[in-house]
Design a protein around this ligand. Structure first.
Ligand code: NAD
Length: 257
């Protein structure tokens, strides 16, 4: 009875930024649980490869080219998927950029706006476009990928724009959960620690940063993409049916210190 609650047969899910890293792992986790998964990314070639990778494992996967900062395209894809499949049950807002290591006083307008545009605006455009259809269906499930950077200030790298964007994603999550809670749509977020992905592959060649990251983590290691995807699967499934507005830290204990 309990394991059944994690399964997603007959569900349709979309994951943004799914061409690699955490997004691809989330897509695979949802597909393994039985969902048909749409891998959306602004990088068409990478999305094609990622989708082929999941299809070759026997999962129902398709790609969509979508830049989350393009609200018109986001709305168009939401309408298109709902008209094709009847509804979209699960949305994972994963697309995000960091552009770390820029001190606040040197951040350009372009840099600030770019990070906020992808991480915050993009998340909202997707919540609004897919959420509208979920509200009409009186059912749906949204998982936003936030960050522990929405709770703490990372060190030693400066990244005020990223930290602010993720704190905003967390509060957006709670705001939407409150608005939509009585209308069948759950909205939660996962706040990861440092995860081994292309986004921060550079850190292994930077001992000062790597030591600060690992030394600041009670579990003494970075996370793996599967360790985020399995929590996303939990939140997207009926196993988390009483959860909405939760920001689930998955941080190896980093925020304890
Ligand atoms: P990644 O760079 O490995 O992959 C990001 C994917 O998003 C890429 O496929 C990229 O093409 C896509 N993307 C970027 N901008 C896009 C846009 N405007 N529209 C559509 N697609 C876009 O990143 P990752 O490390 O897997 O991170 C995924 C998410 O997890 C991000 O939101 C990130 O902030 C968050 N996160 C990551 C870490 C970490 O340590 N890696 C930690 C905490 C939170």
């Amino acid at each position: 009875m309990y394991l059944e609650r994690f399964r997603l047969p007959g569900k349709t899910a979309i994951v943004t930024g799914a061409a690699q890293g955490i997004g691809l792992a989330c897509a695979e986790a949802l597909a393994e649980a039985g969902a048909k998964v749409v891998l959306a990314d602004r990088d068409a070639a990478a999305a094609k490869d990622a989708t082929a990778q999941l299809s070759s494992k026997g999962y129902e996967a398709e790609m969509a080219v979508m830049d989350v900062t393009d609200s018109g395209r986001v709305a168009e894809l939401a309408d298109e998927l709902v008209s094709r499949y009847g509804r979209v049950d699960i949305l994972v807002n994963n697309a995000g950029i960091a552009r770390s290591e820029t001190p606040a006083e040197t951040v350009t307008d372009e840099h600030w706006l770019d990070v906020l545009d992808v991480n915050l605006n993009g998340t909202f455009w997707c919540c609004r476009a897919f959420g509208k259809h979920m509200l009409a269906a009186k059912a749906g499930n949204i998982v936003n990928i936030g960050s522990m950077s929405g709770f703490i200030v990372n060190k030693p790298q400066e990244q005020c724009y990223y930290n602010a964007s993720k704190a905003a994603v967390h509060h957006l999550t709670k705001s939407l959960a409150a608005e939509w809670g009585s209308r069948g749509v759950r909205v939660n977020a996962v706040a990861p620690t440092y995860i081994e992905t292309p986004l921060n592959a550079f850190v292994k060649t930077n001992p000062r940063m790597y030591d600060a990251w690992i030394g600041g983590t009670p579990m003494g290691r970075m996370g793996k993409i599967e360790e985020i995807a399995s929590v996303v699967l939990f939140l997207a499934s009926d196993a988390a049916s009483l959860m909405t507005g939760s920001i689930v830290l998955v941080d190896g204990g980093y925020t304890c210190w």
